[in-house]
Structure formats: structure tokens, C-alpha cells
Write a protein that binds this ligand. Structure first.
Ligand SMILES: O=C(O)CCC(=O)C(=O)O
Ligand SMILES: [Fe+2]
Length: 319
């Protein structure tokens, strides 16, 4: 039942929190957590300070310092910068769209063994146009899979590698077929940013993840792919593996499983990373888009190394 001051408005995918939230009230906390588990994403409005962003984030889990050091925000150790002053060189996609901050479909930290529980992204500078975030409910998508495909996914694992460069990301889950760094003339404001090096793999070892996750709290099955990281499914020949990946990505990205958000200032979305994957369409380099994001800590040890002697990941995570 709604408490005084706010209510939860379900959307076709996810839900929106309308009104004033007193996040210090334990019954409000319980209601928000239950709604988050139920809907998988919650959209808040008017989150107007870092303190409030951190406080609201903590309702959904313990916060962690992000393992990927370059993403960390100078504003607070528990935040990462999404775009803003740290934005990269623009890319030209399919020779038609110039964009910064474009990210293909993924789950956060799925290139580690300890995928994070979730994250809360708050927008502190909104571009004049574009810059949408899309979020896909992989539990809903699982429910509608044919029984034969559900059976095929039981016990199946995939080999995953972090891919940060738009050219390396061209695969199911990317929504472009070609990409090149913008020239200085095309992106004057980004002329001081080095285009990322295609060969730079960031040193993260590849990890093996299950194709299905039984959600540890709701018990629902989720299609546990971070599509653009998938190299192959274990035990399949390359064509079979690629066909299955394409099939699953096409299925998950049907509009009925996807929420697309156009941001307003101080909107914040908290997603359940076990259940949802997400992507970012990108914005024009002449606009600024700046998000701050918290990360909800595990404990979801879903992955393993193919070579159990690989310790590089542990070293990186210890930073
Ligand atoms: O910029 C966005 O819309 C999403 C960024 C993202 O992938 C993240 O915050 O984890
Ligand atoms: Fe992300």
C-alpha cells in the first residue's frame, strides 16, 4: 500500500516513484526494496544532491568502489563518472551518426567473476537532445522463450571478455555496423581526447559466466548475458554459438521487454543488474551529458576463470 507522500507507478517495464520519499522511514525503505525486486528498475525524480543519491542507493544494497579505476569520479569515491568531463573522443557510427557516450548492451562488471548487484545512475547534466538509456528485462524475456530454448540454456556457460572500443563491440548487442573516431574538425571539443587504442584490452582476464541466472532473491530465471562481451558459448561450434547469441539478443531486445528513458535533470534510475541489461544511445558531442553512478556490491559470484590459476582479476579487484 502506498505510504503518505509517494506512490509507485508501474510502467510496462520497470516502475516510477512519484512524490516525496522519506528514505529514513523503515516502512518506506521496505516498500521501495520490494518494488525494486518486483519491477527490476525504479525511476526517481528530483534527486538533487550527491548525499541523497548515496542515501537512496544504499536502500538497495551496500555500495562498492568500482573496480574499473579510470571510471571513478573525482567527486566521491563511491561514484563513477558517466560522460561529463571524462567523456571520450566522439565516434562516427555507420558514417551517419556522430555520438559520444554510446554504449552497447551489457551488464555492469560482467567481465569480472563478481557481477555487481545493481547500480543507480543520476543525470546531473542533460543533453539538449538524445542521450537516452535503454534497459531490458531479461526475466520477462526468459519467461517467453520456447521451452526447447529454455532447456538448451540449462547449465550452458559463455566465455566473456570486456570490450570497450566501439569497433571491438560490433557484434550482437551493438546497434551499429561500423565505427571510426571522429576527426578534430568533427569533434572540436574532443580534440584533446586521445582516441582509445583498439588493442588496449585493459588487462581484464576473460571470465566464464552462466547463460542463465536464478535470481537469488526472487527465484526468477534471467537470461544472464552481457551480449557484447560474449565470445562464444562453451561446448558449441562457432556457428551454433553465434546463431544462439543472435537469436537470444533479438528476442531480448523486443520492445516489450525494453524501457527507454529520456533524462530530465536529477532523474535517477536504480537497476537490478542480475535481471536487467542496459545500453546508452549516445549524444551529440556539442552537448554535455553527465551522469554519476553508484555501484551496489555483490555478493553474486557467478563467474569463474577457465584457467583457475588466473589471478590477474583478483589483483585488479584488490585495487
Ligand atoms: O550512460 C548511460 O546511459 C548508461 C551508462 C552505463 O552503462 C552505466 O552507467 O553503467
Ligand atoms: Fe553500464
Amino acid at each position: 500500500m502506498a505510504k503518505a507522500g509517494f506512490f509507485i507507478r508501474p510502467m510496462p517495464v520497470g516502475a516510477e516513484v512519484i512524490g516525496d520519499v522519506d528514505e529514513k522511514d523503515p516502512s518506506v525503505q521496505a516498500e521501495l526494496y520490494a518494488a525494486w525486486l518486483d519491477h527490476g528498475i525504479l525511476l526517481f525524480h528530483g534527486v538533487d544532491s550527491i548525499e541523497r543519491h548515496l542515501e537512496l542507493s544504499r536502500l538497495f544494497g551496500e555500495l562498492e568502489i568500482h573496480p574499473y579505476v579510470p571510471a571513478r569520479s573525482p567527486l566521491h569515491p563511491l561514484l563513477i563518472d558517466i560522460g561529463g568531463p571524462g567523456r571520450r573522443r566522439a565516434f562516427v557510427y555507420d558514417e551517419s551518426d556522430i555520438r559520444v557516450n554510446r554504449i552497447p548492451w551489457h551488464r555492469d562488471t560482467a567481465y569480472t567473476r563478481d557481477i555487481c548487484k545493481g547500480a543507480m545512475l543520476r543525470m546531473v547534466e542533460v543533453p539538449r537532445q538524445l542521450g537516452e538509456t535503454r534497459l531490458c528485462d531479461t526475466a520477462m524475456a526468459y519467461d517467453d522463450l520456447p521451452e526447447a530454448v529454455k532447456a538448451q540454456l540449462v547449465g550452458l556457460e559463455y566465455h566473456a571478455t570486456l570490450r570497450n572500443h566501439p569497433v571491438k563491440q560490433i557484434r550482437p548487442g551493438a546497434f551499429w555496423k561500423a565505427a571510426r573516431p571522429a576527426t578534430d574538425a568533427e569533434d572540436p571539443a574532443g580534440a584533446d581526447k586521445e582516441p582509445p587504442d583498439e588493442a588496449d584490452d585493459h588487462g581484464w582476464p576473460s571470465v566464464i559466466q552462466p547463460a542463465l541466472l536464478t535470481h537469488p532473491e526472487s527465484g526468477r530465471q534471467c537470461i544472464f548475458l552481457s551480449p557484447t562481451y560474449v565470445d562464444y558459448f562453451l561446448g558449441m561450434d562457432p556457428k551454433e554459438s553465434q546463431d544462439l547469441l543472435e537469436y537470444l539478443v533479438d528476442h531480448m531486445l523486443k520492445p516489450k521487454y525494453v524501457y527507454e528513458h529520456r533524462w530530465a535533470l536529477n532523474d535517477a534510475i536504480v537497476w537490478d543488474n542480475r535481471r536487467f541489461m542496459h545500453s546508452s544511445g549516445g549524444n551529440l558531442p556539442s552537448d554535455t551529458r553527465y551522469g554519476l553512478r553508484t555501484t551496489l556490491a555483490g555478493p553474486t559470484r557467478t563467474g569463474r576463470y577457465l584457467d583457475e590459476d588466473t589471478k590477474a582479476g583478483e589483483t585488479l579487484l584488490a585495487d
